[in-house]
Design a protein around this ligand. Structure first.
Ligand SMILES: [Zn+2]
Length: 139
């Protein structure tokens, strides 16, 4: 994954903290598989700033292991920034690199219509904070 691709993805995303862009630009902090997931998601949601990142690696509040944000660099949290949250969750499901998709807070209301919590739907029930968690390995 080229640094140009990382920069292009960063220009497409909206960020809630400056460290998130730096994390996504650094191959030592975020994996190629994670960037590839974001490239896949952009196909379904090409509008700039339509996805608002809420946590990447350095700003993740807990150490969640090699499959997760930190130290793994294999996960990202975000919210819809376009007024179509249920569509964002469905778009994430279509991305081959999205292995585990956590529905947090208000996103939990869409899980049943999208196949419920199962390996087939790739969805699991996350915490009560409004966000979608995506991990690109494990699950
Ligand atoms: Zn997460």
């Amino acid at each position: 994954m080229s640094i140009e691709t990382r920069a292009s993805i960063c220009d497409w995303l909206a960020f809630s903290a400056d460290s998130q862009r730096a994390d996504l630009m650094d191959p030592n902090l975020t994996t190629t598989d994670l960037i590839e997931f974001l490239v896949q998601l952009r196909v379904y949601r090409p509008q700039p700033q339509s996805v608002l990142v809420t946590s990447v690696h350095s700003d993740h509040p807990t150490i969640d292991g090699p499959d997760g944000h930190n130290p793994g660099g294999n996960a990202i949290d975000f919210v819809d920034n376009l007024g179509a949250p249920e569509h964002l969750l469905a778009d994430v499901q279509k991305c081959p690199n999205a292995r585990g998709i956590g529905a947090g807070g208000s996103y939990q209301q869409y899980a049943a219509a999208l196949g419920g919590y199962s390996p087939e739907s790739k969805l699991f029930e996350d915490n009560n904070s409004d966000h979608i968690h995506v991990q690109v390995v494990g699950y």
